[in-house]
Design a protein around this ligand. Structure first.
Ligand SMILES: [Zn+2]
Length: 501
């Protein structure tokens, strides 16, 4: 049952005074393989509904699945990058349950024989390292998608009918499950966010997924429970499903801590259930009571042969892994010349890869960081979006900085170029052209403007002639005003001094 009424919550500080949070994170990653997990259907996002389907992924009687080798390879590489042990022999299992978007009435998954297990990843939060232990990473297939039509919220309640698109059914998924993460206290929301952010960067570096949270190719479920502070116990947990942005991961953990604390403090027990995250209101609401594993009647999938990767293959994949995250961070910091704080801010803003790609596109590291962490982070924040999802690319940012470096625009005009990029007005050059933003670099026009400024401000001009160079600021201001800000302040200053001294 879904309840729409806002629940009572404690403040985060009050909640922590009485309770210790323990969390666990389950991340589903859609692999970027060309074809599906058990059939040859295409996997592209955004195709016409039900055009990327076949008897296998529609679960028609008699259809025989075949494992996608590339997906197994990606699963092993993910496992190795997470410091997991790789199973030398494992099987798929049927997880039986009914859902309209799952045409087979079971999901082909892995149960007690995951391909990868017992790993860890260290995440950095405020300069402190927290080791997140990985219980398992297993292979499975995605379900289709239901679209509920007619309701206000897009959810089934209040809808008058539902449509199902099976294009996503059978797309390879890797589910990465952490062990419970205890002892993070007030840092729990940040640890959760940092873990997902770092996992996303790792998956991107592995090249196994496009990890677009807003398109659902990386989805996070947050398990959270509270126990009386200092008791060392484990409370009853809730599972908040499909938290689909880094910002929401942090907010969902914070909200569940505050909500559960209010209930427990009033003596109301926590129900083990799945909950829905509401991006707009920042709350979770009750979903369904959580099934235990035995309810799914798992059994080994009889239509698929076991997966038995050879030691040679696993060693080969291990040798081809990208640089581990911490080494990579240390190297980038060295190459970019960032301070610890600058590096931490860059990672914290989810902008590491963006800065890296902007530098690769030709911008100086400091300039790349400046745009992503100030101007663009501010705009992302205003929209409640991730900076990576703004629609401005590293190539755009590098080009804007190049225009500044070439003296064609200044920093102030660059902000207007970003306005144009966000409004979909084309490339940076097209925005500069379309909005008439280029600075006046024509010497004649500049010179004339400077002459007028000198004539209009004779007292200031006299001061400069007497050697008070600092007074030039007033004349620069006058010239900039006349030219609508479209001039290079350094160039104007040089012209003024050349004329007066
Ligand atoms: Zn298919």
């Amino acid at each position: 049952m879904t309840t729409r009424t806002a629940e009572k919550v404690l403040s985060f500080e009050e909640a922590l005074a009485g309770f210790d949070p323990t969390m666990g994170l389950e991340v589903h990653v859609e692999l970027n393989t060309v074809s599906k997990m058990f059939c040859g259907c295409a996997t592209g996002f955004g195709a016409e509904p039900n055009t990327q389907v076949c008897p296998v992924c529609l679960g028609l009687p008699g259809a025989m699945p075949v494992v996608n080798e590339k997906a197994v390879e990606s699963a092993i590489r993910i496992g190795l990058a997470l410091n997991c042990r790789i199973a030398s022999w494992c099987r798929f299992a049927r997880k039986n349950y009914f859902y309209p978007d799952m045409p087979k009435n079971f999901q082909t998954s892995q149960y007690d024989e995951p391909i990868a297990f017992d790993g860890w990843m260290d995440v950095e939060v405020d300069g402190e390292t927290v080791r997140v232990e990985i219980e398992r990473a297993h292979m499975e297939e995605d379900t289709g998608k239901s679209l509920h039509v007619g309701g206000a919220t897009g959810r089934i309640h209040g809808a008058d009918h539902s449509l199902v698109d099976y294009n996503r059914a059978g797309i390879p998924l890797i589910e990465i499950v952490t062990k419970t993460i205890p002892g993070t206290r007030e840092k729990a929301p940040l640890v959760a966010k940092a873990y997902v952010a770092q996992l996303r960067d790792l998956l991107l570096a592995l090249g196994v997924s496009d990890v677009r949270m807003e398109q659902g190719s990386l989805r996070c479920d947050v398990n959270l429970s509270l126990a009386p502070a200092g008791s060392g116990q484990l409370g009853t947990r809730t599972e908040t499903k499909n938290v689909n942005s880094l910002r929401s991961v942090e907010r969902a953990v914070r909200y569940e801590i505050a909500r559960q604390a209010a209930l427990l403090q009033s003596g109301v027990p926590i129900v083990q259930e799945t909950r829905h995250w509401h991006e707009d209101t920042g709350v979770t609401t009750s979903g369904r009571e959580k099934s235990d594993a035995e309810d799914y009647r798992y059994f080994p999938e009889p239509d698929l042969v076991p997966v038995a990767p050879s030691t040679e293959w696993v060693d080969e994949l291990r040798a081809s892994l990208p640089e581990p995250p911490r080494e990579r961070l240390a190297r980038l910091q060295r190459e970019w010349g960032f301070s610890d704080l600058e590096m931490r801010d860059t990672v914290g803003a989810g902008a590491l890869v963006l800065v890296e790609e902007t530098v690769a596109a030709g911008a100086a590291p400091g300039a790349a960081r400046k745009w992503w962490l100030s101007e663009l982070a501010r705009r992302a924040n205003e929209r409640g979006a991730e900076v990576a999802d703004l629609g401005v690319t590293p190539t755009d940012v590098a080009r804007v900085q190049a225009l500044v470096d070439e003296g064609r625009i200044n920093d102030k005009l660059a902000r207007q170029v970003f306005d144009g990029l966000l409004a979909g007005e084309g490339t940076p050059d097209e925005v500069v052209e379309g909005r008439g933003l280029a600075v006046v670099s024509d010497e004649g026009a500049l010179s004339a403007a400077v002459d007028r400024a000198i004539a209009d401000n004779p007292a200031v001009a006299d001061k400069i002639r007497d050697g008070k160079v600092a007074a030039a600021g007033a004349l620069i201001g006058a010239v900039m005003k006349e030219l609508g800000g479209k001039a290079d302040a350094g160039q104007v200053r040089e012209l003024i001094l050349a004329k007066l001294i």
